[in-house]
Write a protein that binds this ligand. Structure first.
Ligand code: FE2
Length: 507
């Protein structure tokens, strides 16, 4: 793992080029003439979220504080880690080749590794020294002829990571998933989930049912009409069902809810224009158009098949579900959502501007919300539980699809880039929060259960970019006392790019 391969050398060269010297504008990348609006410069530390990592790290980092006895296992994380090739820089912070990280703990010591997922496109593009395929925010070279009828292809395997049935999966929003060696992080290869007879874009977010052990996945197919895919693999990995449902609208979704009996699709009014996408004139992100007044449609699909139901909700953009469960005649769904995705969509959006070294704070907060969907009267009631700003909501994975009381999430700071961690009690409304300070970017807290502990008895591990040192660290909290701050930190000697999602695998 310590060897430097040709791709790592490429990345080193690109990393050395740095943000300031890679002059890229939306015009250069997209072939359009739209000028970027002027914005103030982003603080240098914040732009490190979009700095390429070299990959191949493998060492024992410095530990501050005492690692808890009993914390034994591996945190895996995934997110974009390579943002440039051949002098071309990805224009959107959420768009890069997947960098999987492993932070393992044993005998009171920590060990850190990371590696790029060697997807088919990564290998080809590394060999060529330039981008060859399109992605979320970048069209492939070759203009219209090359991009005609080529929507969003080639998995970067850079959004989520899940240990399941003895394998470690890295997922993107494009098939296939990739499996990795859970020890070395070496890429094993692509793996088609769901029914291989169907072509679809798999979604990165999945649910593991803690009662049945089943793995629930979803996907979409864009076309004249959008189709939704609802997939169940058994605990043994074998495909149990693959339903295809016609969607009432063609929209972008990122995550979904699942309960004991239902897949719940949040069909938010972020419409996808198929014309630009298929004509090759728009990237996937640029084909999205927010129309909040159209409202959100929430579609219930029975896990075992049967008739679907649709609920109407106010327009809200959701990246991430916290959890959902059935309670009597109701379905309760908790999540973080925005009145509009102004941090994400459009060339003046925060996540776009950061990659140009600019700061464009978003207006809309990621508020904590609850839907209560009444199966008897067909009505959906929405409650804004906390109007603060949040992202990356999670529950103890042992409660996925079941009733939860406690939720954990990142919180505070700029909308969509948080500075702290919050624990929220949905029964009492009590919250505990810890903030790392304004010059911090805090990622998803991942829940690590304590050995032999009950539900919600565990630790939270989160990745933090520290603006003061311009380096990253991992913070470990006792999940019960988030407000007291981290009990230990694992400090790295460099900064890490933005990382989306993680999973804990106890040893
Ligand atoms: Fe996500």
């Amino acid at each position: 793992m310590n060897s430097i391969n040709p791709t790592r050398r490429d990345a080193l060269k690109l990393g050395a080029a740095g943000l300031a010297t890679v002059a890229v504008t939306a015009t250069g990348l997209n072939g359009t003439e739209a000028a970027l609006p002027t914005a103030q410069n982003a603080p240098e530390w914040l732009t490190l979220l979009g700095k390429s990592e070299i990959g191949g790290r493998d060492y024992a980092p410095e530990v501050e504080g005492d690692l808890p006895a009993g914390l034994t296992g591996s945190l895996y994380r995934n997110g974009p880690g390579l943002f440039e090739r051949g002098g071309v820089r990805k224009p959107h912070l959420l768009d890069g080749d997947g960098l999987v990280q492993r932070l393992s703990f044993a005998n009171g010591e920590a060990h850190y590794q990371n590696a790029f997922v060697r997807t088919e496109r990564f290998e080809k593009e590394a060999a060529a020294g330039r981008y060859l395929e399109n992605s979320w925010s970048l069209r492939k070279p070759g203009g219209l002829a090359a991009n005609f009828f080529q929507p969003h292809t080639g998995s970067q395997a850079g959004v989520t990571v899940y240990p399941f049935n003895g394998e470690l999966y890295a997922l993107d929003e494009v098939s296939p998933a990739y499996t990795l060696d859970p020890e070395s992080l070496a890429t094993i290869g692509g793996k088609q989930l769901g029914d291989p007879a169907h072509q679809f874009m798999i979604k990165a977010h999945t649910k593991i049912d803690p009662v049945t052990g089943e793995w629930l996945l979803v996907g979409v197919t864009h076309g004249r009409k959008m189709r939704l895919h609802a997939i169940v693999h058994g605990a043994d990995g074998v495909l149990k069902s693959h339903q295809i449902i016609e969607s009432p609208r063609q929209v972008y979704i990122h995550d979904f809810f699942a309960t004991e009996h239902y897949f719940v699709f949040h069909l938010q009014p972020l419409f996808i224009s198929m014309f630009g996408l298929l004509a090759g004139t728009s990237t996937y992100i640029d084909s999205m158009k927010w129309n909040g007044e159209e409202g959100t449609q929430v579609l219930l699909v029975p896990r075992d098949g049967g008739a679907t139901r649709t609920f109407e909700a106010p327009g809200a953009f959701m990246w991430h579900a916290l959890n959902a469960f059935e309670r009597g005649e109701e379905i309760v769904a908790d999540f973080v959502a925005y009145n509009a995705p102004d941090h994400f969509v459009g060339h003046d959006a925060l996540l776009y501007q950061i990659m140009q070294g600019k700061l464009a704070p978003a207006k809309e907060a990621g508020t904590l919300r609850r839907y209560r969907m009444n199966l008897r009267d067909g009505k959906l009631r929405e409650e804004i539980i906390s109007a603060d700003t949040h992202e990356f909501p999670i529950v103890d994975p042992r409660l996925a699809t079941l009733a939860h009381r406690i939720g954990y999430m990142s919180a505070g700071g700029l909308h969509a880039i948080n500075t702290g961690v919050k624990r929220f009690d949905f029964e009492t409304g009590a919250e505990q929060a810890y903030d790392f300070g304004a010059a911090s970017a805090v990622g998803e807290p991942v829940f690590a259960a304590k050995p032999d502990g009950g539900v919600d008895d565990g630790w939270l591990i989160t990745q933090v970019l520290d603006g003061a040192t311009q380096k990253s660290f991992f913070a470990i909290f006792d999940a019960a006392t988030v407000g007291a701050g981290p009990i230990a930190k694992v400090r790295l000697a460099y900064s890490l790019p933005i990382s989306f999602h993680g999973w804990w695998n106890a040893a």
